[in-house]
Design a protein around this ligand. Structure first.
Ligand code: UFG
Length: 330
């Protein structure tokens, strides 16, 4: 398939581009490089630095590259910032996405794969999460993702758009060969911050909240390897052949892992202590979020290769050890 990967120079998008190429597809990347890294995309992959909301330019790319399916990873994803600057999130995550969809439909491209999030569930009252549970986001970031999910549903009915929306849990890790990895600026994610605390590249880690109603008092999350996520995106292609298909899948391993367990895994893998201090709870953090991904496994044949935290951290460490400044060092 000729696949347009919007946000293909970002963390998850760039890993998906490599998986697409490995599976024999033809990825084409669009990324405005606000958060993406040019070096995360191989030089033989067609690359366009364009805003996804630019319908004129995007239309040209769709036609020139004979695109059959669009994957959309280009969103702002800082929960805290979405609370302080919601307009930024609604414009980029919702309005720009609607431009992209209108452009696709106008160009006759009707297959779409969307990056959604477990943040659409808000603070669930039961765990693990299945796709049919109520969605009640508690911040604008999650709301923008849910708004797009709902728009997609309507467009599937009205225009025959076929789509899959993947609700990611905590994407983590790096390419197994160490070629690309996670580099956010600013970095807010637990695993890269814990690794940097271990190496001394950053100050001691702050553990946000030790009084949660969880076994060790710290938050439970479902860390899922970025290449496992990517493989689900490719496994869904066959399902998009029928016009009007609307699919929603949770993507997580189903294993809850606490912040302290992540710290221990980083210590084991790196052989270094992770200095940390306890800090107050971070606003908007649900105590526990983990997935039931039975639907993706049974319907897509999705196989989780990295089922526990240590092998995930091993891949992250391989990348960080070789690229202590991420892509900036290149
Ligand atoms: N944490 C710390 N200290 C830190 C950073 C994180 O204790 O310095 C804790 C958080 O409180 C949380 C866990 O580590 O309990 C994981 O935090 P991350 O920031 O790595 O990930 P989140 O669970 O907050 O975020 C993920 C995605 C977001 C998405 C969100 C939905 O990365 O894009 O899930 O809840 F919006």
């Amino acid at each position: 398939m000729n696949v347009l990967v919007v946000g293909g120079a970002g963390y998850i998008g760039s890993h998906c581009v490599r998986q697409l190429a490995a599976a024999g597809h033809n990825p084409v990347v669009v990324d405005n490089l606000v958060f993406g890294h040019r070096a995360a995309v191989a030089s033989d992959v067609p690359f366009y630095s364009v805003n996804l909301g630019n319908e004129k330019e995007m239309g040209k790319i769709l036609r020139k590259e004979k695109i059959e399916v669009v994957m959309h990873f280009a969103a702002y994803a800082y929960v805290g910032e979405s609370v302080t600057d919601p307009l930024k999130y609604y414009f980029n995550n919702v309005a720009a996405t609607l431009h992209l969809l209108r452009c696709m439909l106008g160009s006759g491209v009707k297959k779409f794969v969307f990056s959604s999030t477990c943040a659409t569930y808000g603070i669930p009252d039961r765990m693990p999460l299945v796709e049919t549970m109520p969605q009640a986001p508690i911040n604008p970031y999650g709301q923008t993702k849910l708004d797009v999910e709902n728009a997609l549903k309507a467009m599937a009915q009205a225009y025959g758009l076929s789509f899959a929306a993947f609700r990611y849990f905590n994407a983590a890790g790096a390419a197994e060969d160490g070629a690309i990895g996670e580099h956010h600026d600013p970095e807010t994610h637990l695993i890269p911050l814990a690794i940097d605390a271990a190496t001394g590249a950053r100050p001691p880690l702050q553990v946000f909240g030790t009084d949660y109603p969880t076994p060790d008092g710290t938050c439970l999350r479902d860390y899922v390897h970025v290449d496992d996520l990517s493989r689900a995106h490719i496994a869904v292609f066959d399902k998009l052949a029928t016009p009007g298909t609307a699919l929603f899948y949770n993507l997580g391993t189903g294993t809850p892992t606490s912040v302290l367990e992540v710290i221990r895994a980083v210590e084991k893998v790196t052989g270094k202590k992770v200095p940390y201090v306890t800090a107050p709870r971070r606003a908007g953090d649900p105590p526990a979020l983990y997935a039931d991904s039975t639907k993706a496994q049974t319907e897509l044949g999705w196989k989780i290769k990295f089922a526990s935290i240590e092998p995930i951290v091993e891949t992250a460490w391989k990348w960080h050890a070789a690229h202590p400044k991420g892509f900036a060092a290149k």
